[in-house]
Design a protein around this ligand. Sequence first.
Ligand code: ATP
Ligand code: MG
Length: 416
Amino acid sequence: MISIPKGTKDVLPADSYKWQYVENAAREVAALYGLKELRTPTFEHTELFSRGVGDTTDIVTKEMYTFRDKGDRSITLKPEGTAGAARAYIENGLAGGAQPVKMYYITPAFRYERPQAGRLREFHQFGVEVFGAKGADADAEVIALADALLKKLGLHVKLHVNSIGCPKCRAEYNRALKEYFAPRLGELCADCRSRYEKNPLRLLDCKEEGCRKINRDAPVILDYLCPECKAHFEALKGYLDLAGIEYSVDPRIVRGLDYYTRTVFEFVSDDIGAQGTVCGGGRYDGLIEEIGGAPTPAVGFAAGLERLLIVMEASGAPLPPPKGPKVYLAGLDGECRKKAFVLAQELRAAGISAETDHMERSVKAQFKYADKIGAEYVAVIGGNELAAGEMNVKRMADSTSEKVPFAKAAEYFSAK
Ligand code: ATP
Ligand code: MG
């Protein structure tokens, strides 16, 4: 038997309705906020991510699925959606159209991680990107969209916000971080020692317990913000208050991607432990320029669909059950089964979901099957019914039944 690759999952027919429910909810909320869908390729040139996501991030240093194709190009399966969206924005001239450009995507993403609950090698994201708007009102709208989706899904999560400033204030903060960590270098993990050299901000994102302890007393970025970044953060909090969205300021959030500037945020659930971050995002004013476009402010987020589903299940959030067919047509034998086949086609043509037997089962066994798949009605066609040109329709919920002429079948079920 050839088994599924580690860290990947099948979504089986019995479960796919859950995915469709979450995806539909995401599409509906995106439409309410005026976003249109963007679809970009599953793979991109590796350089897009090493430059865009940042070559000191965990994603780029450890987690990418990178390979050489037959043309000897370095190709990477997308580990996230923002870099591809930014590339598409530049390459398709969207910067030249009406601004801001508001887009969303639902995409698989690939990261070579140690698989565990809520951490996969292929996972899925609902992502939102708004290009061209620099004001904190745009940040607040993006956060409000995420908040609306999480509420629609019945989740109780906490919003944490922070500002990590612009390159100007961060230079000073990085100096302060280096000063703080210098005497403690020996206690840090090997990764953090290299982060210390290349990108001290990354130190704060380490998940090792030892490093996290040391991080607790590190200087706080909010004390180093320049006046403009401070004003932007104050404005963001003001807009969140106006929208009635609860939040707490967590100066420890830096996010795992290098392109963030100013606003960063996470929605966290207490229901699934370490993998409780269902949604993360922020402002990335430097990204478009970094990958070759004109300087363009932008803000967005990505939510992991697997984690949303895990948290929904863990917290007992309501999930509408899957629907069975409207009608199951049970034919007794030969001609009756043919009639069931024809009627199923007629009903489907009228937009009514219908099924019939393919397993040569008895009527009794067909009833059992219809019940199992959740059919709302079972229409039995035996010899007498065939002769009379009608079927015996039973409503499964209360076992009431009535005779319905074949010619009236579509009309009858349309009204139900
Ligand atoms: P974490 O800190 O949990 O590793 P991250 O900072 O790497 O998350 P992002 O890159 O911001 O996460 O991705 C956005 C969202 O995608 C996360 O909040 C999470 O819901 C989801 N996600 C990230 N990595 C994985 C993964 N390996 N498997 C499943 N979902 C993931
Ligand atoms: Mg990660």
